[in-house]
Write a protein that binds this ligand. Structure first.
Ligand SMILES: [Zn+2]
Length: 73
């Protein structure tokens, strides 16, 4: 899947961990309230940030590094 390609209102973004080079794909969907992360594949998971405003962050499952990737929408 190509990074940034629209797909039925969703955008697929390739993720590569800067530390261990694990790769995966995040699927974002444009919602009225803001971009919504709908799917993660590969070795990544999402969690709430530890600090206010507790936004979602994407974390590498292999090495635990938080990804700097922001919403593409
Ligand atoms: Zn990693």
């Amino acid at each position: 899947m190509i990074s940034g390609q629209p797909l039925d209102g969703t955008v697929a973004v390739a993720i590569t961990c800067p530390k261990c080079e694990a790769s995966g794909t995040a699927i974002w969907e444009a919602e009225k309230a803001g971009p919504c992360l709908v799917s993660l594949s590969g070795g990544f998971y999402e969690r709430l940030a530890k600090f206010v405003p507790y936004t979602l962050e994407i974390v590498c499952h292999t090495c635990g590094t938080r990804q700097a990737q922001k919403s593409p929408i």
